[in-house]
Design a protein around this ligand. Structure first.
Ligand SMILES: Nc1nc2c(c(=O)[nH]1)N=C([C@H](O)[C@H](O)COP(=O)(O)OP(=O)(O)OP(=O)(O)O)CN2
Ligand code: ZN
Length: 149
């Protein structure tokens, strides 16, 4: 049967700072991120299934991506574990929504993290095909399963 790619788009507001970066982005600043998630699979063929003709219910995909990524990161502050203890202390005082990652929170590293989270969470009958993360209107990164076998 034919394989079909299915894409859903998500938006979230997130602040970050790039540790030791040689430009303005070393300061805490925010982005309106746009994340496109594409899965691939075969449409359900069983007549009696409520999901007949669907690779995956868009609603189920939305629930998984929100649970694994968006609900946590939306309106949060994300920094690398390498930032100073002083900054971490200040963040703890200033916001209850912050995450200390074991990586520099660039578009590239966030996609690697997102891909792992989603690959673990998607049902077996579909595969993660690609991710696209817009950090600004004119800057984005992409992850493709085919590049990472
Ligand atoms: N390869 C990467 N480069 C940069 C990243 C990144 O995640 N990966 N991130 C940043 C900053 O966090 C921020 O996103 C600034 O990006 P940039 O596109 O340079 O934004 P500008 O508004 O300055 O760009 P304009 O082209 O002037 O709109 C930096 N680099
Ligand atoms: Zn940035």
């Amino acid at each position: 049967m034919a394989k079909i790619r299915l894409t859903k788009e998500f938006r979230f507001e997130m602040a970050h700072a790039l540790y030791n970066y040689d430009g303005l982005c070393k300061n805490i600043h925010g982005h309106s991120y746009i994340l496109q998630v594409t899965v691939i699979g075969e449409p359900v063929p069983e007549d009696e299934s409520p999901k007949l003709g669907m690779v995956m219910d868009f609603g189920d995909l939305k629930a998984i991506v929100n649970r694994e990524i968006v609900n946590d990161l939306d309106h949060s502050v994300v920094v690398s574990h390498k930032v100073s203890a002083d900054l971490l202390k200040q963040m703890g005082q200033m916001t209850e929504r912050y995450f200390i990652m074991d990586y520099q929170p660039t578009c590239e590293n966030m996609l690697i993290d997102f891909a792992a989270r989603l690959q673990n969470a998607l049902p077996e009958r579909v595969a993660l095909f690609s991710l696209k993360l817009h950090e600004t209107a004119n800057s984005f990164a992409e992850w493709y399963a085919s590049d990472n076998i």
